[in-house]
Design a protein around this ligand. Structure first.
Ligand code: SF4
Length: 346
């Protein structure tokens, strides 16, 4: 069986059954433009073609196991079950500005072992296929369409490290941004990486229009090594070198995510170091107050207070580095990445 997103296989199938080539455009329109969610509703093709399609293709590779929406309706977390029985999560964030964003998973679990994250506790089970990433996106498109809303942004930042599943992530972006398919603007797609340097190099050549976010979380190697083991392989100096290359090629602002954990990476000395590191660069820092929850490895971690985060912002302002504080929309739905999947595995 093949995925409905496999254009080549559908085209082969149309030839095999001796139908005309334009049938593909009809099927493509139904899937991506008309929010049709099963074969029986593709009424632009005849019933016998639909029946034959069902024998060779599956419409979605994921089954919805659980949907939780935060009480003010801004955040929805979807827990999916894969065909081989694993659990992955996506999160829809409806911003008051009308900007609807989806965070997608690209791996089942994650091998990177960041100490503040629940996902790595699952270990890496496997990479998601491109169509499993797309099916998360399709589900969000359909949920939002039922509310008369449009999905505007996709961020590859939930379960897994996108640069470790590069080919599947790449193929899913190609389909999501294809004008005949989901037609999302390239600049509205963001890849968030915990700084796998070779991946960033490939990414800037393949996707100069797509946005890049770096999980920075500390402006020096000593602290980074404590919370993100990846720093042992790719130290800060190497990362900043590749980011300079990225900016030279794309002229795009890089987003830096900084999870604020009390007494771990929120000493004001670090704010000055951060300012020094990013001074003069095209940078936007997104401070994320740590989200305490079950399944996160270090039980004693606590979020930094708003007052301290604002002090960090003031220090960055002095060197003209823009920053924002991410709203914590989701504390009560186990919304730090991997928390629902961990519960389910248990
Ligand atoms: S923060 Fe991201 S890269 Fe780190 S363990 Fe969690 S999912 Fe993996």
């Amino acid at each position: 069986m093949y995925s409905i997103h496999d254009e080549e296989k559908i085209k082969e199938f149309i030839k095999e059954i001796k139908e005309q080539a334009f049938r593909y455009a009809q099927i493509e329109n139904a899937i991506y433009k008309n929010n049709i969610t099963n074969f029986d509703e593709i009424t632009t093709i005849s019933k016998w073609i639909r029946e034959m399609l069902k024998e060779k293709f599956f419409y979605s590779s994921l089954e919805i196991d659980h949907v939780v929406t935060w009480e003010n309706g801004q955040t929805t977390k979807i827990l999916f079950k894969t065909k081989d029985g694993y659990f992955v999560e996506s999160v829809i964030m409806r911003h008051l500005t009308g900007r609807n964003t989806l965070c997608v998973s690209c791996q089942v679990g994650c091998p990177m072992a960041c100490s503040f994250c629940a996902t790595w506790k699952l270990g890496l089970k496997r990479n998601l296929e491109y169509y499993e990433i797309l099916d998360q996106i399709m589900e969000a498109v359909n949920i939002l369409a039922s509310e008369w809303k449009i999905l505007r942004n996709i961020v590859y930042m939930w379960m897994g490290e996108p640069m470790l599943n590069y080919e599947n992530v790449k193929k899913s972006i190609d389909i999501a941004t294809n004008q005949k398919k989901l037609n999302l603007a390239n600049r509205r797609v963001t890849i968030s990486t915990c700084w796998i340097v070779p991946g960033i190099k490939k990414f800037m050549t393949d996707f100069p229009q797509t946005s890049l976010a770096i999980s920075l979380h500390a402006p020096d190697d000593e602290i980074r090594k404590q919370i993100m083991p990846v720093d042992n392989t790719y130290p800060l100096s190497e990362l900043m070198k590749v980011i300079d290359e990225y900016t030279a090629i794309t002229n795009k602002r890089v987003f830096y995510e900084y999870i604020m954990i009390q007494w771990v990476n929120d000493d004001l000395q670090l704010a000055y170091k951060l300012a020094e590191l990013l001074k003069g660069k095209l940078a936007h820092v997104n401070f994320i107050p740590y989200n305490p929850g079950e399944w996160v490895s270090s039980d004693w971690y606590k979020p930094t207070s708003r007052i301290i985060i604002e002090k960090f912002q003031k220090i960055l302002e002095k060197v003209w580095v823009v920053s924002t504080i991410r709203a914590t929309m989701w504390d009560d739905i186990d919304a730090a990445c991997g928390q629902l999947a961990n519960k389910k595995e248990e």
